[in-house]
Write a protein that binds this ligand. Structure first.
Ligand SMILES: *Cc1c(COP(=O)(O)O)cnc(C)c1O
Length: 452
């Protein structure tokens, strides 16, 4: 019988995370304080982050030990399976081998608990009682709620009001895991109250929710803030994905020619790709290609500029060097909510700038077409975000067919789509729109960026 799943035992969960800052040809420029525009030191971050995470944000140590307590919880779903997509390959008639790492097996249904768990652990160890965070459609909020529950931390989630109303299921998951969920803008913070005074019907945005969560954390000494993507320590935690995938491919005597991940803030791409980039930078595997895939309607890498920008709409966070569309760029309401971010991880941005990562952008209809091909062959209904990686993988497999080359393709299936089924209904009913890259909006938004 042919092998479809490549699985590792609990003992083979990686015991160290890989830190690409040890090997990058150029490190990102230092983050700057939003007020003084001077480099941020550890002390600037202690009001909202525990020291262990601040150290991970800055260190150039190559390997970081994963605490035993974190490994115990990882073992609830890790090692995640690696699949060979035999049926999809057959549908495409490609000589390429397609493998996918499936992160949808986590309790929250995506890769995000890989970082929520250690973030909760380090905060608990630092004596925190509570985490305040934001969520859009709810993927990050559910992951943080789960992590808080497992380490005995209270979790307060500011959920963008429009999603709070329209997408009740992830809210119910968060509440089931004991979190308190506020529709944002809320009455619990100054920034929320200010917005509600001006506009009682404000439907919220991720930027507003971040402002509320940061304010909550900064004004309560027993409360810290947690972010689900973008930051260096988040990318670090996600490298368990690629480290496992590498071992799994070794078991079948394979190594990828192409590694693909969808890219919102960049963390799942970083997770699957950084361990392979290590080989590429070290010259062992010079020709492995890494591809970041984004929506055409939020084309951060493919159309953005590489410069200092804020991580949030309000301009509260440190300024970081990244590819950005401008922090007040408002992407259209595509279904892949997790990819609607104006910026990108400084690590992924720097590596893209240095041409170690490529980027592609796709419209959502062609993305859903790929999602349907995947669902009808491999059986898993993918998250709309993950389907961007599937689109790119299928295109690369079809190119291999044209060229008659036996390529090995690995992509990360960052999550399942069982809480995003409305998107599939809309696709099938012909209601999905393709949004052109709004050059004019991007230009206007970029003009407003701080000049550093
Ligand atoms: C949040 C999310 C993403 C996008 O975030 P990254 O930090 O770019 O990985 C991708 N896929 C899924 C399933 C998500 O929940």
């Amino acid at each position: 019988m042919r092998q479809t799943k490549i699985v590792l035992s609990d003992k083979e969960i990686p015991t160290k995370w890989y830190n690409i800052m040890a090997d990058m040809p150029n490190l990102p420029k230092p983050p700057l304080h939003p007020g003084t525009k001077q480099p941020v030191g550890p002390d600037d971050l202690t009001p909202i982050f525990p020291m262990a995470l601040i150290e991970q944000e800055m260190t150039q140590e190559r390997w970081i030990d994963i605490p035993e307590e974190v490994l115990d919880i990882y073992s609830l779903w890790r090692p995640a399976p690696l699949f060979r997509a035999h049926r999809l390959e057959k549908l495409l008639g490609t000589p390429a081998k397609i493998y996918y790492k499936y992160e949808g097996v986590s309790p929250a249904g995506s890769h995000k608990p890989n970082t929520a768990i250690p973030q909760a652990y380090y905060n608990k160890k630092a004596g925190m009682k509570r985490i305040a965070t934001e969520t859009g459609a709810g993927q990050w909020g559910t992951s943080m709620a789960l992590a808080g529950k497992l380490f005995g931390l209270d979790v307060t989630v500011y959920m963008v009001k429009v999603s709070y109303g329209q997408k009740p299921y992830r809210r119910i998951m968060m509440e089931t895991w004991g979190a308190t969920v506020h529709a944002s803008p809320s009455n619990t913070t100054n920034s929320g109250r200010k917005i509600l005074e001006l506009d009682p019907n404000n439907s919220g945005s991720l930027g507003i929710a971040i402002s509320e969560a940061v304010e909550d954390a900064a004004t309560h000494s027993d409360t810290n803030y947690a972010l689900g993507s973008v930051l260096n320590h988040v990318c670090l935690h996600q490298t368990v994905i690629g480290l496992e995938a590498k071992k799994q491919l070794e078991l079948v005597g394979d190594y990828p020619d192409i590694v693909i991940g969808c890219c919102g803030g960049g963390s799942n791409l970083a997770g699957v790709a950084f361990p392979f980039l290590h080989d590429k930078i070290k010259g062992n595997r010079k020709d492995v290609r890494i591809i970041a895939v984004e929506p055409t309607s939020c084309p951060t890498l493919t159309k953005g500029e590489f410069r200092y920008d804020f991580g949030d709409v309000a301009g509260f966070t440190p300024l970081m060097t990244m590819y950005t569309l401008g922090h007040d760029f408002m992407p259209s309401g595509i279904h892949a909510g997790g990819l609607r971010y104006h910026g990108d991880s400084p690590l992924v941005s720097q590596l893209y700038h240095d041409k170690l990562i490529e980027a592609q952008a796709y419209h959502q209809r062609t993305v859903f077409e790929a999602a349907m091909q995947f669902a009808n062959t491999e059986a898993i209904i993918p998250a709309p975000e993950s389907a961007h990686a599937i689109r790119a993988a299928i295109n690369e497999a079809l190119r291999a067919k044209e060229e008659g080359k036996e390529k090995t393709i690995l992509f990360n299936l960052s999550g399942h789509g069982y809480l995003d089924l409305q998107a599939y209904a809309d696709y099938r009913e012909g209601k999905l729109m393709d949004h052109e890259h709004p050059e004019e909006d991007i230009r206007k938004s970029l003009e407003k960026l701080p000049k550093i």
